[in-house]
Design a protein around this ligand. Sequence first.
Ligand SMILES: Nc1nc2c(ncn2[C@@H]2O[C@H](COP(=O)(O)OP(=O)(O)OP(=O)(O)O)[C@@H](O)[C@H]2O)c(=O)[nH]1
Length: 359
Amino acid sequence: MFDSLKKKLQNIRTKFASNIEEAAGAELEQPVTELPEGAEAVESGVTPAPPVSGEVPEKEREKPTFFKKVKVLVQEREVLLREKDIEEPLFELEMVLLENDVALPVTDEIIGRMRKDLVGQQRKIGSSVDDLVASTLRSALCGVLGEGLDLSHYIREHERPVKILFTGVNGTGKTTTVAKVGHYLQKNGFTVVIGAGDTFRAGAIEQIRTHADRLGIKTIQHQAGADPSAVLFDAVQYAKAHDIDVVLADTAGRFHNRANLMNQLDKIRRVMKPDLVVYVDEAVAGNDAVIRADEFNKAVGTDAVVLTKADMDPKGGAAISVAHTVGKPILFLGTGQGYDDIMPFQPRAVVNELLGGEA
Ligand SMILES: Nc1nc2c(ncn2[C@@H]2O[C@H](COP(=O)(O)OP(=O)(O)OP(=O)(O)O)[C@@H](O)[C@H]2O)c(=O)[nH]1
């Protein structure tokens, strides 16, 4: 997942680190007498005898190479970075994000956060320059990814049945996602019913029914062409009558600019009164998915987003951009065609995946 972006971010980190080391090295063009106590020990593993006076023997004076200074002193000191020190890697980072389909405003936000964190600040580098860069990038990415939404927690906190309406454009994986979410909720101890609200596309009712049967989930369905509001109303009634925790409502794929289908969705909302409207799109669509999600949200409102086919998306731009752009959390990432191939979206876990290590 997101392999291309991951690789490029690693290269950018190296670039940032070498620029910062260089900047820090330039700051250290000072007499060797300023070597901090024990600095030699870090490099050589041997604790030198402290100088008796401020005088440093001639032999010592020649010792520190640029590498030594950077390796030892930079880690000990606070460094004041200027814009020009990181201008080049910042620009490269901007290009990498844009090439990997991160939306322009989100790219600007990440770059802005990195700049604010690094430029004009006295930063103590700590154990390594790369750690400093990684932690700055980590915090910039976490900033745009937001908090996510824990569905199990949400269900536990709300009156049952919790009604979740799935919407989105055709063929992005909505029906499969309904089945996967049903399976995920069952595994987490909830009871589920599915409403076969896509009465429009030929074969859609059979498709969701087949998934549900395989997973042992009850489906509420009407004839093809029936009013989806009526189907989903029945699904909610069934859940109430049978003490079911969650209603998952499949709907026909639609574009936000198709007035008749959007009116139909309005009616579904009035009749079914969903607790969550979930917009489903595919991560592989990149920026298009982000734009569609935003337009959909503006047209009918969205509470959360699922991005499918993240397993086929080396870039990761949509996953990074959509929450910040739409202002709504990503609920899940679809990571394959199997029922278990769904991952609750945890921003920190995604950042860990991109940068390695712990957020
Ligand atoms: N690789 C991969 N394929 C997926 C994922 N989610 C769904 N698919 C596949 O995408 C295709 C379309 O999925 P559907 O669930 O039929 O799409 P839909 O959005 O319901 O389609 P409409 O009913 O036309 O709106 C199927 O072949 C799914 O197996 C995913 O996370 N990864």
